[in-house]
Design a binder for this molecule. Structure first.
Ligand code: ADP
Ligand code: MG
Length: 723
C-alpha cells in the first residue's frame, strides 16, 4: 500500500528493454510530447508534471491521451443579450459600440468595452490587459462572437474576460462543447485542447482485438473512435460512466490486464514445479519456541501452503491477512518446510525497514530451530555483500530475507525452493517473475503475502486466478481499538491526552499525511509537528519521513521499538508491517486526506499487544461526505475485508482520493466495481482467445498483442517470447 516508493525500488525495466519489440504502428503514440507542435522543453516539463510521468519529465503522447476530461463546457447557449441569465455560459453575437480604456493614472481600473445587439447592451471587462490587444480584438462597429460567463447586476450586464472573441467568419473556431481537463500549474484548457487535436490526429488505425460479436452486441465503437469520443464528447451523456466509448475502452484495459495475468499464469503452469515435502522437524522446533499457539486461520493457511508445496506443480498463492493477523510466522513455517526438504527459501519485503524487522522477528526463532538466516538489502555492499552472495550460492544460508536486492542479476541461490513476497503490490509482476526465476529450472514456489484485504473484483484484476489463503481471525487476546474522530481545533486537548497516556507508559505514533504535490510541504508538516510536540515532551519525540536516510531511519525506529522514544512522528513511511507491540496510540492528522484502506492500515500499527489501544483521527473541517463516510466506517469496524469492500464502493462513487489506494492496480479508464460485468467480459475474451490461439499468432491474436503494448503490459509479451 503505502504509496511512497523508496528510491531504490525499481519497478520498471529500462525503457530500451520495454520498447524493443513494440509494433511500429504504436510508435507515434509512444513518442515524446515534445514532438507535438507548440510543445517546447518548458511545456514538455509542465506536461510531465501534469501527467505524472516517471522521473518528472518525458511524458509521451499515450500518457496525454489517457489524461481524460473530468467535465464539459457547453457553449451552445446563444441567447440574445436580453435573455442572458446570471452566471450563464453564453455565446453572444454583438456589435462593438464603445471603448473605455482604464484611466492613465489608475491602471487598476478595468478596461471596459460596451457591445450591443437589438435587445440590449453588455459591458466587457478586462483587468491588466494590454490595450493594443483589446483594440485589435474589438474594433468599434464590427460584429464579434463572444463566449464567456455572464454576470448580471439588476439591469447591468457584464462579461469579464470573455473566453473567446472571434470575428463572425471564424465562428467555427469556437468549440461548442469543450472538454474540461484536470490541470496543473502552467497548463491551460486551451493549450490542452490544441495539443489534443494534434495527438488525436496521430492515433493509428488499430486492428480489432475484441471479439466482433461482443462489439456488435454492445454497439461499441472501435478503439480509436472511442478514445476520440472521450476527448471530444458530443454532450453530457457521453461523459457518463455508461457511455459506449468509455465502456469499450474500459473493456480494452481490463482485457489487457486479464490477458497479461493469464499469460503469466500459464507460464507458471507450464514450467514444472517440484514436490517440496518437509519432515516437520524444523517446524516443530519453531512451534516450540513460539510464545503463542497458531490461530486456526494460520493453521489452515499453513496446510494449504503445505499441500501446494508438496504437489509437483508450482505454487502461486496469495496469503491475505489484515495487519497484525500474523502472516510473518506463517511465512517462516513455510520457509522451514523448504529447508527441511534440503532447499533454501527467501522472503522479500518492499523496504529496508520491513526487511530488517522481519529478520529481527525471525532471527530468534530461526536460531532456536537451527535455521541459518541472513539479510540482503541494498545496504549490504562490497565485501559484506560478496561474502553473503557466496554463502547463498554455496548453500550455507538457509533463509534469506531482504529487499529487491534479492533478485539482482548477480544473486544466485544454491537451491531456492520457495520465494515469499511480502506486501506484494509494491512489486511489479515481472519482479515476482525475476525472483521465481532464480530457482532451479525456474521451479520456485511463490507465496505472496499482502496486508491489504482485496475485494473480489480487484483480486481478479490484480492477481488473476491466483490461489488464495486468508487469515480471517486476529491472534487471541487482542482488544478492539478505540477509534475516535476529533476536529483539529481540539489539538491541544489531544496533546494533553497523549501526555497522560505517556505518563502511564504508552507509546504513540503520530502520522502526518503525505502531501502529494510537494515532498517539501510534507516534510515541513511532519517537522513542524515534531517540533511542536517536543515543546511538551522534549527529546522523547522522534521523527522519520521519506527523506530520512536508511541508517538514521533504522536508528530512530529502533529507539522507538525499544521504548527510548515514546512518540514517533512520521509521514506514511511507517511501513505497513512495522511491528511495535508496545505502541498503543495512533494519531492520524488530516485523516480526511487518507483513503479508507490506508487509514485502516495505519490504525493496524496499534492494537498488537494485549493492552487497550486507541486511534485518534484528527480532521480538518469541513469534511466532504465521502471523508465523513470513511471515518464512520472506520469507527464501526476493524474487519479489513469489510473495509476493503466499503472502500471500493465509496471510491466507485467517483470521488478522487488524495492518495493512491492500496490494491488499486491503477486503471485509467476502468472503474470498479461499476465495470464488474466488463471485467467478466474481458475474462471471457481472454479465455476464448487463448483457447483458440495460445501463442497469439492469428489476426486477432496479433491485435491482442498490440492491445497489451498499448496498455503497457509488456511484461506479458516477454513471457510469450520466453515461451
Ligand atoms: P502481519 O500479518 O501484519 O505481518 P505479524 O506477522 O507482524 O502480522 O504479526 C503481528 C504480531 O502478532 C507479532 O508480534 C506476532 O508475533 C504476533 N502473532 C502472530 N501470530 C500470533 C498468534 N497466533 N497468537 C498471538 N500472537 C501472534
Ligand atoms: Mg507483515
Amino acid at each position: 500500500m503505502v504509496v511512497e516508493y523508496q528510491q531504490d525500488v525499481q519497478d520498471d525495466p529500462p525503457a530500451g528493454e520495454k520498447s524493443g519489440t513494440r509494433p511500429a504502428l504504436l510508435n507515434p503514440l509512444f513518442a515524446d510530447v515534445g514532438s507535438l507542435e507548440g510543445v517546447g522543453p518548458r511545456y514538455a516539463a509542465l506536461l510531465g508534471k501534469l501527467l505524472d510521468a516517471p522521473g518528472g519529465g518525458g511524458a509521451r503522447i499515450i500518457d496525454l491521451l489517457w489524461h481524460l476530461p473530468s467535465g464539459l463546457t457547453d457553449r451552445r447557449a446563444e441567447p440574445s443579450i436580453e435573455e442572458t441569465l446570471q452566471g450563464q455560459l453564453a455565446t453572444l453575437r454583438v456589435r462593438v459600440k464603445k471603448h473605455f480604456p482604464s484611466p492613465p493614472r489608475n491602471s487598476r481600473a478595468p478596461y471596459r468595452v460596451i457591445c450591443e445587439d437589438e435587445t440590449g447592451e453588455i459591458e466587457l471587462i478586462f483587468f491588466h490587459t494590454e490595450r493594443a490587444y483589446i483594440e485589435r480584438q474589438l474594433p468599434v462597429g464590427e460584429i464579434r462572437i463572444l463566449s464567456g460567463r455572464i454576470e448580471r447586476y439588476g439591469q447591468k450586464l457584464q462579461m469579464p474576460h470573455p473566453d473567446y472573441i472571434l470575428p463572425e467568419e471564424q465562428r467555427d473556431k469556437l468549440p461548442e462543447l469543450e472538454p474540461v481537463y484536470p490541470l496543473s500549474q502552467g497548463v491551460t484548457q486551451k493549450f490542452l485542447y490544441k495539443i489534443f487535436t494534434q495527438s488525436l490526429a496521430r492515433l493509428p488505425e488499430m486492428p480489432e482485438w475484441l471479439d466482433r460479436k461482443l462489439i456488435a452486441s454492445r454497439e461499441w465503437p472501435a478503439f480509436g473512435a472511442s478514445l476520440r469520443a472521450l476527448h471530444r464528447p458530443g454532450g453530457e451523456a457521453e461523459m457518463e460512466l455508461n457511455a459506449l466509448a468509455r465502456m469499450r475502452l474500459a473493456c480494452d484495459e481490463l482485457f489487457a490486464g486479464q490477458l497479461a495475468l493469464a499469460l503469466l499464469r500459464r507460464r507458471f503452469r507450464r514450467t514444472n514445479g517440484r514436490s517440496v515435502v518437509g519432515d516437520g522437524r524444523i517446524a516443530a522446533r519453531i512451534t516450540a519456541a513460539l510464545p503463542f499457539t497458531l490461530t486456526r486461520s494460520q493453521q489452515v493457511a499453513l496446510s494449504e501452503i503445505g499441500d501446494d508445496m508438496g504437489a509437483p506443480r508450482r505454487m502461486l498463492r496469495l496469503l491475505q491477512g489484515d495487519v497484525g493477523s500474523g502472516k510473518t510466522v506463517v511465512g517462516l513455517m513455510a520457509m522451514a518446510r523448504a529447508v527441511e526438504a534440503g532447499a533454501q527459501a527467501a522472503m522479500m519485503a518492499p523496504t529496508e525497514i520491513l526487511a530488517r524487522q522481519h529478520l529481527e522477528t525471525i532471527a530468534p526463532l530461526a536460531e532456536a530451530a537451527g535455521l541459518r538466516a541472513a539479510l540482503l538489502t541494498g545496504r549490504e555492499k562490497g565485501k559484506t555483500r560478496a561474502r553473503l552472495l557466496e554463502a547463498l550460492a554455496g548453500g550455507e544460508i538457509d533463509i534469506a530475507i531482504g529487499t529487491h536486492a534479492l533478485f539482482q542479476p548477480d544473486v544466485a541461490f544454491a537451491d531456492l525452493a520457495l520465494a515469499i513476497i511480502d506486501e506484494q503490490h509494491r512489486f511489479g509482476v515481472h519482479q515476482r517473475f525475476a525472483l521465481q526465476a532464480k530457482g532451479k529450472n525456474g521451479g520456485t514456489d511463490i507465496l505472496v503475502m499482502t496486508a491489504t484485504p482485496i475485494p473480489r473484483t480487484l483480486q481478479m484484476t490484480h492477481y488473476g486466478d491466483m490461489d488464495v489463503s486468508k487469515l480471517t481471525e486476529k491472534p487471541a487476546g487482542r482488544k478492539p481499538i478505540l477509534t475516535r474522530a476529533v476536529p483539529i481545533d481540539r489539538l491541544e486537548e489531544v496533546i494533553g491526552g497523549i501526555g497522560r497516556a505517556r505518563q502511564e507508559g504508552a507509546q504513540i505514533y503520530w502520522v502526518c499525511p503525505l502531501v502529494e504535490t510537494s515532498a517539501k510541504v510534507d516534510l515541513a508538516a511532519a517537522e513542524e509537528r515534531a517540533a511542536h510536540l517536543r515543546q511538551y515532551f522534549g527529546d522523547t519525540v522522534g521523527l522519520v519521513h521519506g527523506r530520512t536516510k536508511g541508517a538514521e531511519k533504522d536508528a530512530v525506529m529502533k529507539e522507538f521499538a525499544e521504548g527510548r522514544l515514546r512518540i514517533l512522528v512520521a509521514t506514511t513511511v511507517i511501513e505497513v508491517g512495522v511491528n511495535v507491540p508496545a505502541a498503543t496510540i495512533m494519531v492520524i492528522e488530516h485523516a480526511e486526506r487518507f483513503g479508507l484502506a490506508q487509514l485502516h492500515q495505519l490504525r493496524g500499527r496499534v492494537g498488537r499487544g494485549a493492552a487497550q489501544s486507541s486511534c485518534i483521527l484528527l480532521y480538518n473541517t469541513p469534511l466532504t461526505e465521502t471523508a465523513h463516510a470513511r471515518i464512520d466506517i472506520l469507527r464501526q469496524t476493524e474487519d479489513g475485508f469489510r473495509i476493503a469492500e466499503e472502500d471500493l464502493r465509496l471510491r466507485g462513487g467517483g470521488e478522487i482520493l488524495g492518495t493512491k489506494q492500496s490494491g488499486d492496480p491503477g486503471f485509467r479508464v476502468a472503474n470498479l466495481p461499476f465495470d464488474e460485468d466488463l471485467l467478466q467480459a474481458a475474462r471471457d475474451q481472454t479465455k476464448y482467445l487463448l483457447a483458440r490461439d495460445p501463442d497469439l499468432t492469428s489476426e486477432q491474436g496479433k491485435a491482442a498483442r498490440i492491445c497489451l503494448y498499448l496498455f503497457e503490459r509488456d511484461e506479458a509479451i516477454r513471457l510469450l517470447r520466453a515461451g
